[in-house]
Design a protein around this ligand. Structure first.
Ligand code: GLA
Length: 580
C-alpha cells in the first residue's frame, strides 16, 4: 500500500516529495467506451494524475433512483485510471459548477425550500445520503487501500458563494465518517475573501486560475502558509455559450503559464485536459445580467480535443512537463479526417403536437412542478372571444415559440430579455417553451423553468392553461420508428426528419448542422445534443461507439426551419469563429 500525505513543503507520496501533474476528464462527458483512450493519452502527455468531478444529477436525476453503471460507472473510471498507472483526484461537490446543468445539483433537490450549499438540515440530509453513496465507490479505491485516489475536494469554490463554516464542517465530517483518509482540499479563486470564506483550517487550500501564476500563488501562500502550493484548476481554455464566439487560448502563452507554475514547484490540475461533450440536455448556463446557455461542445480548447485527438497544445504542454517529470516516449496517433458524406433527410412529419393536457390550472405549470426533466413543455390556452392582442410573459425561461391555431407568430428569448409579442385573432394560443440549461454558477441554482407567472393579453391574465410536457428523447424514439415520407409536404412549425446511411465500421463523425435552425439530433437512439444556428458551434460530435457497422439511423427534431433537407457529415469539428 502506498501512502499519500501533505508534508511541510510538498505532497508526500510513499514518503517522498511529489509534484501532482494532473488533468481533468469528466467521465460524464465522454462515452464510456472511450474513457480508457482518453486516460492513456493523458499519461502520454506526461500527466501522473486524472481529476474528475462527480455529477450528482447524472447519478440521481430522480430522488432515490441512484445509478452508478454505464456512463455513471465512476468505479470503473477510477479503475481504468489505476490500470494506466496513474493517481486520481475526486471532486464530489455536491456542487460542481463545471458548466454542467444546475452545477450538478439534481432538480428535485433544488426545487422547494431547502437552503442550498448551507448547513440547513433538510439540504444536509440529502447531501449526506449522496456523499455516502459516492464514498462507497471512492473509499475502497484510495491509495492507502491499494487504489488510485490521492485527494478528495470538499465543495467547489465555496468562497464565491457563501461563508457557512458549519456547512463545510459537516461535509468534512461526512467525508471522514465514510472512511476517506486521504488529504482533503478546497479550491477557490485567489482573492483574500474567497480563500478565507471557502475553507477551514484543517483543509488544504488550493487555487483556480489560468494566468499570472506567481501573483496568484503568492495570494494562496498567505492563506496556506505550509505544504504544497496547488492550482486545482489551471484554465487552459474556456467554454462557449450560444450566440458568443469560440474561445481559444494562445498555445505558447498557455504553455509558458504552465511552465511558470511547475517551475515554482506547484502542483497542478489542468482544467481541462479533455473537455468532452455536453451530450443530451446536460449543458449549464451562466447569468451575469444576461442568461447565456452553454453550447453542446465542451472542447474547452483543451490539449486533447473534443474527439480525443491531440492538438498543438498537447505537444506544447508535453514539452513543458518533460522539463519536470518523466514523459513517455510514445506519442498518441495524430487525428485522422472523419468520413465526409451527405445523406438526404426524409420528412417524418410533426413532433410537438401531442394531445394537450386538459386545462387543469388557472396558471401555467412549471417544468419543476411537472417534475419534467426534458427540454420542452407546450402551454395551450384559449384566446378569450377569439381575440388577439399584446401578449406579455413575465418572464419566459428560457425560449418560447408562440403560435395561434398552429401558425407560428414569433418567439420570445430570455437571453434578449424579451417579454411581449403581438398575437393575431384566433382560437388557441400555444407557447412551446424550451429549458435551455440550468444556471450553474452563483445564486440562480434551481431556478424554475417554463412560463413563470401568468401571461396576460392586453393586460388581462389568461386562465385555463394546459401544460403538456414533451420528452424529446421519447419523441425521437417514436419518430425513429416512423416510415419517412419523401413527399415534399411543407410543415409549418416543428418538423421531424430521418436519414439512413451505412458505415463499413464504427467511426467518430462530425455532423454539420449549419443548414438547420434549432433542435436536437440523435444517432441510433444516442442523444448527440442540441444544435442552434445562433452558433458559434456548427458541428455536433458523434462518438464512434454511438455508430455501428452497417445501417445507421439519424433522427433530427427541428423546432424552426430546415433550410436544406440534408445531413452533411464533415471531416472535423467546426466550433465557430474565434475573437481573433
Ligand atoms: C470554476 C469552476 C469550474 C468551472 C470553471 C470554468 O473554476 O470551479 O467548475 O466552471 O470555473 O470553466
Amino acid at each position: 500500500m502506498t501512502s499519500f500525505s501533505i508534508g511541510e513543503t510538498d505532497f508526500l507520496r510513499a514518503g517522498l516529495p511529489h509534484q501532482v501533474i494532473s488533468g481533468a476528464i469528466h467521465y460524464f462527458r465522454v462515452h464510456p467506451d472511450q474513457w480508457q483512450d482518453r486516460i492513456r493519452k493523458a499519461r502520454l502527455m506526461g500527466l501522473n494524475t486524472i481529476e474528475t468531478y462527480v455529477a450528482w444529477n447524472a447519478h440521481e436525476p430522480r430522488r432515490g433512483e441512484w445509478d452508478a453503471s454505464g456512463w455513471n460507472d465512476l468505479g470503473r473510471f477510477l479503475d481504468l485510471i489505476q490500470a494506466e498507472g496513474m493517481d486520481a483526484i475526486v471532486r464530489p461537490g455536491p456542487y460542481i459548477c463545471a458548466e454542467w446543468h444546475n452545477g450538478g445539483l439534481p432538480n428535485w433537490l433544488t426545487r422547494g425550500e431547502r437552503e442550498l450549499r448551507s448547513s440547513e438540515p433538510t439540504y444536509l440530509a440529502e447531501v449526506s445520503a449522496y456523499l455516502r453513496r459516492v464514498y462507497e465507490i471512492v473509499t475502497p479505491r484510495q491509495i492507502d487501500r491499494g487504489g488510485p485516489v490521492v485527494l478528495v475536494q470538499i465543495e467547489n469554490e465555496y468562497g464565491a458563494y457563501g461563508s457557512d463554516k458549519a456547512y463545510l464542517e459537516a461535509l468534512v465530517a461526512l467525508t471522514r465518517e465514510a472512511g476517506i483518509t486521504v488529504p482533503l482540499t478546497t479550491v477557490d479563486q485567489p482573492t483574500d475573501r474567497m480563500l478565507a470564506d471557502g475553507s477551514l483550517p484543517e483543509l488544504h487550500k488550493t487555487g483556480s486560475f489560468g494566468s499570472r501564476s506567481a501573483e496568484r500563488l503568492a495570494t494562496l501562500r498567505a492563506h496556506q502558509p505550509t505544504g504544497p502550493l496547488m492550482c486545482s484548476e489551471f484554465w487552459d481554455g474556456w467554454f462557449d455559450w450560444w450566440g458568443g464566439v469560440h474561445h481559444t487560448t494562445d498555445v505558447a502563452e498557455a504553455a509558458s503559464d504552465l511552465d511558470e507554475l511547475l517551475a515554482a514547484g506547484a502542483s497542478v490540475n489542468i482544467y481541462m485536459f479533455h473537455g468532452g461533450t455536453n451530450f443530451g440536455l446536460t449543458n449549464g448556463a451562466n447569468h451575469k445580467g444576461r442568461y447565456l446557455p452553454i453550447v453542446t461542445s465542451y472542447d474547452y480548447d483543451a490539449p486533447l480535443d473534443e474527439a480525443g485527438n491531440p492538438t498543438e497544445k498537447f505537444f506544447a504542454f508535453r514539452d513543458v512537463i518533460a522539463k519536470y517529470a518523466p514523459v513517455p516516449e510514445e506519442l498518441p496517433a495524430p487525428a485522422v479526417a472523419a468520413p465526409a458524406f451527405s445523406v438526404p433527410l426524409a420528412s417524418a412529419g410533426s413532433w410537438t403536437d401531442a394531445a394537450a393536457t386538459a386545462p387543469s390550472s388557472s396558471a401555467p405549470v412549471t417544468f419543476d412542478e411537472l417534475e419534467h426533466l426534458s427540454a420542452l413543455v407546450r402551454y395551450d390556452v384559449m384566446l378569450p372571444e377569439g381575440r388577439g392582442g399584446l401578449l406579455r410573459i413575465d418572464p419566459v425561461r428560457d425560449h418560447a415559440w408562440v403560435s395561434v391555431d398552429g401558425q407560428p407568430v414569433g418567439t420570445l428569448s430570455r437571453t434578449r430579455h424579451e417579454r411581449a409579442l403581438r398575437v393575431p385573432d384566433g382560437r388557441t394560443l400555444s407557447i412551446l417553451v424550451e429549458d435551455q440549461g440550468r444556471v450553474n454558477y452563483d445564486h440562480r441554482l434551481g431556478e424554475e423553468k417554463g412560463l413563470i407567472g401568468t401571461p396576460s393579453l392586453d393586460g388581462v391574465r389568461l386562465t385555463g392553461w394546459g401544460s403538456t410536457p414533451l420528452d424529446v428523447a421519447e419523441l425521437a424514439a417514436e419518430v425513429g420508428s416512423r416510415v419517412a415520407d419523401s413527399s415534399d409536404d411543407v410543415i409549418s412549425g416543428p418538423s421531424a426528419w430521418i436519414a439512413e446511411f451505412d458505415l463499413d465500421s464504427p467511426a467518430d463523425l462530425f455532423l454539420d448542422t449549419s443548414a438547420w435552425s434549432k433542435g436536437y439530433a440523435f444517432l441510433n437512439g444516442f442523444f448527440l445534443g442540441r444544435y442552434w444556428r445562433n452558433g458559434p458551434q456548427r458541428t455536433l460530435f458523434v462518438p464512434a461507439p454511438a455508430t455501428t457497422t452497417g445501417a445507421n439511423r439519424l433522427v433530427v427534431l427541428e423546432l424552426e426551419e430546415l433550410f436544406v433537407p440534408t445531413a452533411d457529415f464533415v471531416s472535423g469539428a467546426v466550433l465557430g469563429d474565434t475573437e481573433e
